[in-house]
Write a protein that binds this ligand. Structure first.
Ligand code: ADP
Length: 289
């Protein structure tokens, strides 16, 4: 809803002096960028102005995402590199003479190297997926088995974190058309997040149910939750809703999950109540009998 007042000062026809004029409006409240082109008309339409309004919001958003992406990569790489540098220097200067301290430093260096390796692997995976170089092999796949397989992989980790991990689904769920290993990875990423963001004593429920030609999968936790305005952003690359708690995370897991789900013609979203927990859902088309 652009009111006359919003743009009249920029493109008011009396200011045009017969020339075309372009201006960009930022509607702060609606978070939209509108480009307005005012073209004075001639002939029979003398004294009239043609106004062309274009919504540039998606293009602007893409520019911002690209800019943020570069600065995020640099930032994310710099943190483990700076730790490695500090650890190596301390080791060189003094700790090397003390076997126990040096072992401890080497363990910490190993952890930092693992984090760097994971980030580079996830970046490569994301780049391959985004450039369409990841072939997906869609086959009729047992939904229930997929759910159980992903949960089993994380059962021990959940127990170690003091969490109850439960599967709630009917074993005779309809089959889905899916690339099994890739979709299992999506579930693993989401369950892994639920474990990371839930305090001991909490509960994680992995569920699935059929819904109008699709199977809807979900992971519910009783963890920290995600503020409402941040919910849609968690699927962006490098986005971390809670910088302090996300610790070793790269912020790439959910963007990879989103791409993979969309490659299956499915949809992924999240609901959350801060302080109470979150539920991540995704849908995958059922396989035709
Ligand atoms: P990360 O490697 O940081 O976990 P993701 O892309 O998997 O990256 O998740 C992005 C961000 O979304 C996380 O850093 C966290 O802030 C938020 N998030 C994801 N899952 C949950 C969850 N179950 N509970 C609370 N916050 C979550």
């Amino acid at each position: 809803e652009i009111t006359c007042r919003d743009w009249s000062s920029d493109v008011c026809s009396s200011d045009l002096e017969g020339k075309e004029k372009t201006t960009t409006l930022e509607l702060t409240y609606q978070q939209r960028f509108i480009q307005v082109i005012a073209t004075p008309l001639g002939g029979e339409l003398q004294d009239h102005t043609l106004l062309l309004c274009q919504d540039l919001t998606p293009i602007r958003r893409l520019e911002t995402v690209r800019r943020d992406f570069i600065s995020n990569i640099s930032h994310e790489l710099r943190t483990p590199l700076a730790s490695l540098k500090a650890l190596a220097e301390t080791l060189q200067l003094s700790a090397i003479d003390d076997p126990q301290t040096s072992r401890h430093f080497l363990e910490r260096m190993d952890t930092e190297i693992d984090a760097l390796t994971q980030m580079v692997n996830e970046l490569l995976e994301l780049a391959r997926i985004e450039s369409g170089r990841v072939p997906i092999d869609l086959k009729p796949t047992d939904s229930y088995r997929l759910l159980v397989a992903a949960s089993e992989r994380l059962k021990m980790q959940a127990e170690r974190a003091g969490l109850l991990l439960e599967v709630e689904a009917q074993p005779d769920l309809p089959k889905i058309l899916a690339d099994g290993p890739r979709l299992e990875q999506v579930l693993v990423n989401i369950i892994h997040n639920a474990i990371k963001f839930t305090s001991p004593g909490g509960k994680i429920t992995v569920f699935a149910y059929p819904e109008s030609g699709m199977v809807c999968f979900g992971v519910q936790d009783t963890g920290t939750g995600i503020p409402r305005d941040m919910l849609p952003r968690v699927f962006e690359r490098f986005y971390k809703a809670d910088q302090a708690r996300s610790g070793g995370g790269t912020g790439l897991g959910l963007s990879i999950a989103r791409h993979l789900v969309e490659m299956h013609a499915g949809r992924i979203w999240a609901e959350s109540q801060p302080g109470r927990g979150s539920t991540f859902y995704f849908t995958i088309p059922q396989a035709r009998p």
